[in-house]
Design a protein around this ligand. Structure first.
Ligand code: NAG
Ligand code: NAG
Ligand code: NAG
Length: 614
């Protein structure tokens, strides 16, 4: 060994002597590369393939950090940033909705009226003004107006009724609720369960007519917000009286696996981070964005709307997604991102991103790798603090080593995706939910060293050798049956494939005196054409025995507008008990015949006492 080192040193001296310093450096570099190529061939290959991707992502990341840094220094909030965008092009279309075009100036003017009305109604810094409002250009202007006064705006899912709606309003501690007029009945139904002090305002989507002084239903507990907008002069513009760039802006509700919706905190900085991350991937301010998504979720309300508010793009809003109108609309409005799509599906760039409203673990597939949802750099894995750690797939708990710390999953090994928490950096901060105990459940501590912490996404991902990440499953969306792990998403996919793409949900149910959970499938059959014998035969071909649903619940409809996960939990609670499942037909899989047979009270009892074996 010493001999080799001495020989190399001697060779270097000789080269230096005869050829000079730069040649020596060249030779040294050449030898280094040769060494790497011979002894670390695989690593060199990975580095070569992934470097351009990493550099592009790094540039994007630095642009976001720069913007964040500038805005932190200015300490602006969203209405302030928007004002700056309005000044650049007041007459440019900001939102297009049905046959209405709203210029940037008009959106800001509307928000100034909102500020004036809310202020006149006593709203001040720190107050909470909930919106239960349908998609329309006024919706972002409503929360901008509130934000100018330093208020926080929960964006409530308009599908919610009853308990879930009461919960959403109360958990956010709303002082005011503004709702679209079509929800008047839904709101009145629950009004007695809301705090006494909450003010209820009805919003009507109609052109403002400031000259008309509308009669304000006196003595009515619900006031007409639109009429107030018409009769109150707009506030004069000023910088927001808010908590600055890191202050709270919106609450957005996530479905959560444990039942009622949770309100996640969106600060101004987080809003800017999420919208700019997508913007800097490839968008420009001359782009037109088509947004058929609801504005109470992050993808619509922050990422799409943010393109207009922060970057001056034109955003087309729809009252709801319509498959038949999607392509005609894209053509009509000249939506720029789908140009290539329209050109005979010759797609050049499809950008995908993965992230959770409340989480800090966000990734993006920037180079269009099929199936990937993002990547971690293999050369500098620690530059973006996300990781995949080993996990017990049933409980979702990280697997810890002898020191009690978490372990990184190897390439091709599934694990749970985490984002390391570091406060004050909007790309890594975790603001959590309004409900603190719910927030804590999503945090894992002592991850790679004692005292550190990370947001645990609950999603199972796999990284390949190049660092591309692929979605596998959700923790908790598995159950064990006959000693095997069954992934509900996998079974759902198989059923949907063989049953003409019917909606199906799969979940595990407890059977008395039996270990694990038996698979049960709720399947929608609107017209009575579902052939269960064929289904049993097809599933026997496509799924291993342990993964085939033991119970079938044939439903005539499934309300898909609410959250899917909540539906699952309700179905799971009712299980296969005919006394609980009144309107749907139940079947069980008869092992001998390989067929689904009807399940009534008699069969239910026999399953319970083991006379029918599953
Ligand atoms: C931004 O403004 C808020 C409220 O005025 C203040 O509390 C905060 O310290 C300011 N932050 C910076 C960085 O100036
Ligand atoms: C099922 O999952 C558990 C926990 O992750 C694991 O220990 C077990 O080996 C898995 N079983 C099979 C058959 O994959
Ligand atoms: C019944 O509905 C299914 C799926 O919803 C559809 O594929 C099938 O063609 C329908 N059959 C009849 C007879 O309408």
């Amino acid at each position: 060994m010493i001999f080799i080192v001495a020989a190399i040193l001697a060779a270097f001296c000789a080269v230096w002597w005869f050829l000079g310093f730069f040649a020596t450096c060249g030779v040294g570099l050449g030898l280094g590369i040769l060494y790497a190529l011979i002894f670390h061939t695989r690593w060199c290959y990975v580095a070569l393939v992934t470097t351009p991707r990493d550099i592009r992502a790094l540039i994007c990341y630095f642009k976001i950090l720069l913007l964040t840094w500038q805005l932190t220094r200015k300490n602006w909030t969203l209405p302030d940033i928007f004002h700056f965008v309005v000044q650049r092009h007041p007459e440019k279309p900001c939102f297009i909705f049905q046959d209405e075009t709203w210029t940037f100036k008009e959106v800001e003017d509307f928000s100034l009226r909102v500020s004036a009305v809310l202020k006149a109604n006593g709203v001040k810094k720190g107050n909470v003004v909930g919106l239960l409002v349908n998609n329309c250009p006024q919706l972002p202007a409503l929360w901008l107006g509130n934000a100018r006064l330093g208020g926080i705006t929960p964006l409530i899912n308009t599908n919610q009724r009853g308990n879930a709606l009461i919960h959403s309003i109360n958990v956010a501690k709303c002082d005011v609720l503004i709702f679209s007029e079509e929800y008047q009945a839904a709101v009145q139904e629950i009004a007695s369960e809301l705090g006494d002090s909450i003010k209820l305002f009805k919003f009507t989507h109609r052109p403002l007519n400031p000259s008309k002084s509308s009669a304000d239903g006196s003595g009515d507990s619900v006031r007409d917000f639109t009429a107030m907008l018409e009769t109150t002069p707009p506030a004069t513009w000023s910088l927001a009286d808010a908590d600055g760039f890191h202050g709270k802006l919106l609450y957005i509700y996530t479905s959560g696996t444990t039942g009622l919706p949770k309100a996640a905190v969106i600060s101004n900085s987080r809003f800017v981070f999420m919208a700019s991350a997508i913007h800097h991937m490839r968008l420009q301010s001359s782009d037109t964005i088509y947004c058929p998504l609801p504005l109470y979720h992050t993808a619509g309300g922050v990422i799409s709307v943010g393109q207009a508010l922060l970057f001056g793009c034109t955003v087309i809003l729809k009252s709801k997604f319509s498959a038949s109108q999607f392509f005609p609309d894209c053509a009509k409005y000249k939506a720029t991102i789908w140009n290539d799509f329209l050109k005979r599906f010759n797609i050049k760039h499809v950008l995908e991103f993965y992230g959770a409203t409340e989480g800090n673990a966000n990734i993006a597939n920037t180079d269009g790798t099929p199936g990937a949802i993002g990547f971690v750099s293999r050369i500098l894995p620690s530059i973006y603090p996300i990781a995949i750690i080993k996990v017990n797939q049933e409980t979702g708990e990280p697997i810890r080593d002898s020191r009690g710390l978490c372990q990184l999953a190897n390439p091709d090994e599934p694990g749970v995706f985490i984002g390391k928490i570091s406060p004050n950096n909007p790309t890594r901060e975790y603001l959590g939910y309004v409900d603190k105990s719910a927030s804590e459940k999503k945090v894992v501590r002592d991850v790679f060293k004692y005292g550190d912490s990370a947001f645990i996404s609950g999603d199972i991902l796999v990284a390949d050798e190049l660092g591309y990440l692929y979605f596998r499953d959700r923790t908790g969306d598995t159950f064990r049956w006959r000693g095997e792990n069954v992934s509900t998403t996998e079974v759902e996919a198989a059923i949907s494939r063989v049953a003409d793409h019917r909606d199906a949900v799969v979940y595990g149910v407890l059977v008395p005196n039996t270990e694990g959970r038996a698979g049960m499938c709720g399947i929608v059959d609107t017209n009575g054409s579902l052939d269960l014998d064929k289904l049993a035969r097809d599933l026997a071909r496509h799924l291993p025995a342990y993964a085939r649903p033991v119970f079938i619940r044939v439903m005539t409809s499934m309300d898909m507008t609410g959250t899917f996960k909540m539906k699952k939990i309700d179905l799971q609670k009712e299980g296969f008990d005919p006394s609980l499942v009144k309107n749907d037909k139940l079947y069980y899989l008869d092992l001998k015949q390989g067929r689904y047979l009807p399940l009534g009270a008699d069969e239910y009892e026999k399953i319970g006492n083991g006379k029918i074996r599953l």
